[in-house]
Write a protein that binds this ligand. Structure first.
Ligand code: ADP
Length: 250
């Protein structure tokens, strides 16, 4: 689904991504791991259109998507979860979900031509869709909570929920486990697996928690010093000497 070829991202003389090549196969939950500073986040940012690469290409289903802006990638079904922006913290969880799909007539200048009836109808449909998403994620009880009041793990679930309001094909998830308790981490893991199995989502997940990686991800890609160091099943990776050395060396 995604092919990254000889990607470089330099910051001045520093090569944060230094010729990385990798593939993310359709239908997988691919893990991306590596020591701090390996270039994982920078790679995500380049693929997701937040940073232009210095050189190299990214293709999605054979189409060159290198350097496309996030909104263009969004329309192709490539989404990167992002933290709930400050201005959305005071909105409810349901409202946050309803904000996701673009192009509601309520947002358009010509909306007045269609009158309020149509807008109300669209809003009801969106609210229904949002409630279905919350039900899927088992957080219906949070629908009317302000997003800013959620715990770290609940916010992650909401981020995941936002991808369900549009037709996502591949979702890039950054550090699911950071500051999330074990129970909620399992809920998030279950949601990822169900989205993968039931809705055909492909995932690429950066994560430090090796239990989580081992339970969810196949294959696992290891980055170190801006390059891909190894790829394989979680158990293979954990026994790979070059990988162990890369981790011990930091
Ligand atoms: P990881 O996610 O694997 O921890 P990052 O992609 O965040 O790694 O960072 C890789 C390296 O690139 C780090 O040494 C970091 O300091 C550097 N880096 C990241 N972004 C920038 C930037 N905007 N300017 C300069 N250096 C950066």
């Amino acid at each position: 689904m995604i092919r990254v070829e000889t990607l470089h991202k330099h910051f001045g003389g520093f090569h944060a991504v230094d010729g990385a090549s990798l593939e993310i196969a359709r239908g997988t939950i691919t893990g991306l791991i590596g020591p701090n500073g390996a270039g994982k986040t920078t790679l995500f940012n380049v693929i997701a259109g937040r940073l232009p690469p210095t050189s190299g290409t990214v293709t999605m289903e054979g189409e060159d998507i290198t350097g496309l802006p996030p909104h263009a990638l969004f329309h192709k079904g490539l989404l990167r979860t992002f933290q709930i922006a400050h201005e959305f913290a005071s909105m409810t969880v349901r409202e946050n979900l309803m904000m996701v799909p673009g192009g509601q007539s309520g947002e358009r200048l010509w909306s007045a031509w269609f009158g309020r009836g149509r807008i109300a109808q669209e809003e009801r449909a969106l609210a229904k869709q949002a409630d279905e998403v919350l039900d899927f994620l088992t957080i219906s009880h949070l629908a009317d909570e302000k997003a800013g009041n959620l715990s770290g793990g609940q916010k992650k679930l909401l981020e995941l929920g936002r991808t369900m309001m549009v037709d996502a094909k591949i979702v890039f998830l950054d550090e699911v486990g950071a500051g999330v308790n074990r129970t909620l981490l399992n809920t998030i893991g279950d949601a990822i697996v169900r989205l993968n199995k039931e809705r055909g989502y492909t995932f690429c997940v950066i994560e430090h928690d090796m239990d989580f990686i081992g339970r969810l991800c196949d294959p696992v890609i290891v980055m170190a010093e801006g390059k891909v160091l190894a790829e394989g099943s979680a158990s293979d990776i954990m026994q790979n000497e070059a990988v162990i050395e890369a981790y011990l060396g930091t």
